[in-house]
Ligand binder design. Structure first.
Ligand code: ADP
Ligand code: GLC
Length: 508
């Protein structure tokens, strides 16, 4: 799929999972599932690593060994390879612990007690960014390069993700520029969300180890601050983002969050590669986390999942559809729109289930709506992987009304579980959801354009009306949605091509 491609088409059936030439791939991420997850980045880093390995490449995935990672469950060894990294005037030591969860995949956990031996991943218990996040992720980024150099196998590509690893391309083109070991190593950075850039005060520059000459608009400086995402965007050989539509949106001021000028300057290096989903984890025919299993040929299990969910949540009985949200309650997710029109949706016969956490004001608003809904709405504040599966399986309509959404995964999970997505036409939501047309039977869900309460509400009304009046067509739409292929196979192939391109471009 090229970044020029306009809008959603179902993906074509893959020819084969094997790629032509296996590569030495290093993927670096601040989170990866199933080991540690705060959002979609984890799903992507974990699933893409497995998909690349399955396609034949040798993949080493690097993540920090946070305190929350279950050493016992994941059989992470107590000892590892020792290494040290200069951080400002100090030498910081750590160890790298390796596991091999499946053929072709190694996961390297970077252990460093002072940086990663604490409760949160990015935030303290009060929800504030850790003040030493620059230091933590500068250490992590440099540790990856130091460890690789002692491993004897130079990678053809280092695939970085988001600001936490944005320093790696910068290090490769500065401190490590003359190191023969990396002479043929290309770098690629994937932007998962322009809204998070890793901006820090210049007084922390000494922690990076990079010469101050690079603190300028052509380097790591942005609006007077150190910007770690920008570091990646300036120095990476290839830049990707997680959907074709978002690849265009980030070139505009609204989507670029201050970096659109730089992205336009590097536009020939920018590609949109749609995320896939892990079809082993998100498959209603085999999912052990849901009460009854089902597939598109036999949907009885889905009705059982809905009944069980309504009972579990003690929802008032009703004929109307069950609408659902599983989301971070954060800026960009469109939750303020939903809070504004949810009562009207309930009044028209909809019932509602939400699982989410984040901004306190939004949490309070949704809890209040639920408490005065007469049992028509259930709101759970928290993070619960298992519950999210039960919701996907039991709901009829899945809402993602985002103001912007780089890709979005939950709408694809919904499709796999026969739950119609209702989304705003932005980013990856635009690329994966096609408005249903009752006349032709084409389309897999519901899509509205304008970011407004009334546009969301009228789309919800349209979907509810369709559900109530034409269940046969509804079931056909859901069944076709379940058969769409949103697996990683296609996108892993695209990454494979881009890895080769980045390696060819390295040093140019
Ligand atoms: P983002 O990464 O911006 O949050 P995505 O749609 O890409 O959005 O990914 C969100 C991931 O996090 C999905 O796997 C979703 O199921 C999961 N998720 C979000 N909130 C919760 C929650 N409260 N409990 C369980 N899973 C959640
Ligand atoms: C980010 C984006 C989300 C995307 C995910 C994985 O968290 O907000 O849209 O699906 O990364 O790429």
């Amino acid at each position: 799929m090229s970044k020029k491609e306009k809008t959603a088409k179902p993906r074509e059936a893959p020819k084969s999972g094997k790629s032509e030439k296996p590569l030495e791939v290093v993927i670096v991420s601040s989170e990866a599932g199933p080991w540690v997850k705060t959002g979609g980045l984890a799903d992507v880093a974990g699933a893409l690593s497995r998909a690349m390995a399955q396609a034949g490449s040798k993949v080493r995935l690097f993540i920090p060994l946070y305190k929350s990672i279950d050493r016992k469950k994941f059989k992470i060894p107590a000892r590892g390879v020792k290494f040290s990294v200069p951080v400002s005037a100090r030498i910081m030591e750590g160890s790298a612990r390796v596991i091999r969860p499946s053929g072709g995949l190694e996961v390297w956990f970077i252990e460093q007690e002072q940086y990663f031996g604490r409760e949160g991943v990015y935030l303290d218990p009060a929800g504030h960014d850790y003040p030493d996040n620059l230091e933590r992720f500068a250490f992590f980024s440099r540790a990856v390069l130091e460890i690789l150099m002692t491993s004897g196998r130079p990678p053809e590509i280092i695939h970085c993700n988001d600001w936490q690893t944005g320093l790696i391309p910068a290090y490769l083109k500065t401190i490590y520029a003359g190191v023969p070991f990396f002479a043929k190593t290309g770098s690629l950075i994937t932007i998962h969300n322009m809204g998070y850039q890793g901006r820090f005060h210049p007084s922390q520059w000494h922690l990076l180890g990079i010469s101050w000459d690079h603190f300028n608009p052509g380097g790591l400086e942005s609006y007077g601050q150190i910007n770690l995402l920008k570091a990646g965007l300036v120095y990476a050989d290839i830049i990707t983002t997680v959907s074709p539509t978002y690849a265009k949106e980030i070139l505009e001021p609204d989507g670029g969050f201050g970096l659109d000028g730089l992205l336009r300057y590097r536009e020939d290096r920018v590609h949109g590669v749609l995320n896939g989903i892990d079809t082993a984890e998100w498959n209603p025919a085999t999912d052990k986390l849901i009460p009854s299993r089902f597939n598109y040929k036999d949907m009885r299990g889905k009705a059982e999942c809905k009944a069980a969910l309504c009972q579990e949540l003690k929802l008032a009985p009703g004929e109307g559809p069950l609408l659902a949200v599983v989301s971070r309650l954060a800026d960009g997710k469109g939750m303020e729109l939903l809070a504004g029109c949810l009562e009207s949706i309930l009044a028209k016969g909809g019932r509602f289930v939400m699982l989410g956490s984040g901004e306190k004001e939004l949490e309070r608003r949704f809890l209040k709506i639920a408490s005065s809904s007469g049992g028509r709405a259930s709101v759970t504040i928290g993070y619960d992987e298992r519950f999210s599966h039960r919701i996907q399986a039991g709901a009829d309509i899945f809402l993602v009304p985002s103001r912007y959404e780089p890709c979005g995964l939950t709408q694809m999970y919904a499709l796999a579980y026969g739950t119609a997505p209702l989304v705003r036409a932005t980013g990856g939501l635009n690329d994966t959801v096609r408005q249903y047309d009752q006349a032709t039977g084409e389309g897999n869900g519901f899509k509205f354009e304008k970011y407004s309460e009334s546009a969301l509400l009228s789309k919800a009304m349209e979907a509810m009306e369709f559900y109530l009046t034409n269940r046969e067509k509804w079931n056909r739409m859901a069944g076709l949605g379940m058969q769409e292929d949103n697996s990683w196979i296609h996108s892993a192939k695209m990454y494979h091509k881009l890895y080769r391109l980045a390696a060819a471009l390295s040093g140019k």
